[in-house]
Design a protein around this ligand. Sequence first.
Ligand SMILES: [Ca+2]
Length: 259
Amino acid sequence: MKLVALLTLLGLCVGAAYAQSPYGGPWTMEWNFDSDMEGWVGSGGSVGWVGSVGGRSGAIYAPEAQYARFDTLGTILQNKLTDVGSDWFVVQCDVYVGNDMFLQGSGISVAREGDYKGPWCTGTAASNQGMAGNDKSWYNTTRNKSWGLAVGQWTTLQIDYGYSRPGYFTVGYTACEGNAAGWTAGSWQWAIADGHNAETHPSQIFRWLQIGGGVSGAQTGLAQAYFDNVRVAVAPEPGSLFALGTGLIGLLGGVRRKK
Ligand SMILES: [Ca+2]
């Protein structure tokens, strides 16, 4: 067990050292929607669960301006969706729009109570087929990356709130199978990257996760989009870091005793 703790600690260090790469786990909570909506609630009658789409089993259909929302109150994520103190979080989701549509205005967001503002990541208009991101709870400049969102394939959207760079947020997506713009399959593209100086909210704790159309609070979704594999990671509890440290000290002590 102590060796596992040490390896986990080393893994965390490596993760911090290579923060330029998109966060890839471990995840604190995941939803694969393989049998139902798994606690997510639709905003309208068109939102629902589908058994299969785009070569995958189980997904949430959230068309046009309708979305599905998950309440983190009472879960392990409660009060953890924040970049306050030593906390950070990463949210990602796979999205599919079929062959004849673009991801216009639909995507993912994290929202606070009251006005539901927070960081978001959505597709842009069909005229530039890209992606946009912002955090209207604090940062007020919407950033766009034109071209590259391919159709007819699953694309992964990600919001990195303080992980890659503490105090800043990053929004991006993978061009899963490559596209006409010449971007390599599986490569990440960023609408907001570290260099954009997009600061995270200094005191906000977010409550809700949202997938679908209209999740930015400003744009109206136009896509007939499907969502699968929502994954959320939050900073480890100080208690578990303390346990890791204690395990490491214990392990070193054990090594020393053997000499
Ligand atoms: Ca699924």
